[in-house]
Write a protein that binds this ligand. Sequence first.
Ligand SMILES: NC(=O)c1ccc[n+]([C@@H]2O[C@H](COP(=O)([O-])OP(=O)(O)OC[C@H]3O[C@@H](n4cnc5c(N)ncnc54)[C@H](O)[C@@H]3O)[C@@H](O)[C@H]2O)c1
Length: 313
Amino acid sequence: MVDVAAMLSLVLEVIVLTGKLLYFWLEAMVLAVLPVSIQGKDISGETVLITGSGSGIGRLLAKRFADRSCRLVLWDINKEANEETAAEVQRFGITVKTYTVDLSDAKQIYQAAEKVKREMGDIDILVNNAGIVTGRKFMQCPDEMVQKTMQVNVQAHFWTAKAFLPSMMDRNHGHIVNIASSAGLLGVSGLADYCASKFAAVGFDDSLKYELESSGLTGVHTTAVCPYLIDTGMFDGCKSRFSFLLPKLNPDDVVDGIMDAMLCNSAIVILPKILYAFIALKGILPIKVVFLLCDFMGVNSMMNTFKGRGKEQ
Ligand SMILES: NC(=O)c1ccc[n+]([C@@H]2O[C@H](COP(=O)([O-])OP(=O)(O)OC[C@H]3O[C@@H](n4cnc5c(N)ncnc54)[C@H](O)[C@@H]3O)[C@@H](O)[C@H]2O)c1
């Protein structure tokens, strides 16, 4: 016997679902073309914590947030470099405070977080940016270095989120930006530990997003950032056969992309956009074809010329 009432209720649910799907699809299309100046949120006066602010992307982000009149909390293991960043942003007339923290140590993270809460109050925007790379083939990579990569590149994201997310959830207001990498979406020969940490960072971001959304916390956002190689020095020496077609990204362009994505509450930003096509192709092509193409493009040997910053990181 068919339960007519249950059937009608299901049909109604499917109609409402279809309507919502079409609405969100349309909304995404409009937002994709609407300028950031119109759809972007106002973050002036917000307190922003950036990890790894002593160099590269972290330092550039500090300047962008300072330019938007944010209060800054800067975390880095390198005290001197971090203070240089603070000195550079002081000209914007904002409040900035530096903390020397080793992000591979959960205890130091929690201790620094307590100090930040006492001295600077709640964090509105947390940017998990600090990252390291060993640049060695997996079997040549000592266990301690593998562990350190996982600790800095992903575990630190867990502990900073545990420390600062509760107040964001209480206020239903906040944003966590997780700087991962395109190596968190596509595996690369010679980067096994780094890719593992970045895939984990992407997975963490994605899951957290669903948890927040399904808890009804529509005011707390997360953004995963997945750029290709950036010209900051971290990946010095790496080049593929077609580097002239896909050169290392300009750090300022990457920071533009990160700021736009954060201001628009985008779920993920992949840079450059051509990588969306590579990711889709990897999903549909046979694995041997993918391997052959990677070999032809020199991706499999890209790390052979890696120099990095010239010291064990
Ligand atoms: N440079 C690239 O090609 C590239 C590409 C994709 C993603 N990324 C990611 O972007 C982020 C920023 O990269 P970048 O190029 O600016 O790197 P960078 O080396 O210029 O800066 C990293 C910063 O993190 C700090 N740091 C390192 N270990 C730390 C620790 N244990 N505790 C606290 N601070 C620590 C360093 O002192 C440095 O200031 C990283 O997460 C990186 O993995 C970089």
